[in-house]
Write a protein that binds this ligand. Sequence first.
Ligand code: ATR
Length: 286
Amino acid sequence: GLGDQGRLDSYTQMFGVFGDPVRHSRSPVMMNRAFQATGVNGAYAAFHVKPAELKQAVEGIRALGFRGVNVTIPHKVEVMNYLDEIDEGARFIGAVNTIVNENGMLTGYNTDGIGYVRSLKEETGITLKGSRIVIIGAGGAAKGVAYALAKESPERIVIVNRTEEKARELADNLSALVDAEGMGLAALENSKESCTLVVNTTSVGMFPDIGELPAPTSWLKPGMTVSDLIYNPLETRWLKEAAEAGCVTHGGLGMFIYQGAFAFEYWTGIEAPAAVMRETVLASLL
Ligand code: ATR
């Protein structure tokens, strides 16, 4: 039996996010609102876990019977060492952001990339099958997004990055799934003609450096979909200039909402109340 809705009692299922730092996290307000909206007797808190305590913190999930935990910076890679199973996508990406506790058996997932793709589809209506995609950046965020996009059967994915070697390495790993190529930022203009989607996965343009562009915008064409993982600010200069160029634009807030929506669904088996979650996070940002 569940206790009364919206009340903490002896049946309440426990959840949280492990990070360092963690006090800036919007996950607790978002997830607690989602529990409330769906009548799940759950509670979600932020835990400041330092790297030296991560192993014990994960053991604590088992000991205390937490149902699920999100993992954020800087623990997404290290935490993989302490879990019982790693989902295929998380293994490819090399990072875990969601842990599900099934009677003491901990499985790690990565919902960042699939959250991104769900947000992109819901918010722009884009058709990814047969699309030609440019991903700017080749770090952790790029890996998740690239893997999830590759699963949508695009025709081709080009990765461009300041450090060309990292772009090539990610493209090599992706090539098992899709036609992929890695190149330096300077080569970007040569691959522009038929691209349908461009995604910025770098931190360039994030607050407080809001004047910076991850790539020149001169080659953007009307009708292209231009996306940015950054959600502070909600609309980056990159997206503003893309909108002026007649592109369909997509900001980073949805990725955060839907990575949480997938985690919520893995833990509860209930469809996440995405609209309510978005409203709550937006209100907390303003
Ligand atoms: P994240 O987990 O957010 O992806 P990351 O793994 O550190 O963070 O990756 C950061 C990405 O942003 C990288 O692609 C990085 O380029 P390099 O591989 O050349 O370092 C890119 N990046 C960060 N600052 C940048 C800048 N000022 N100009 C261009 N690219 C930048």
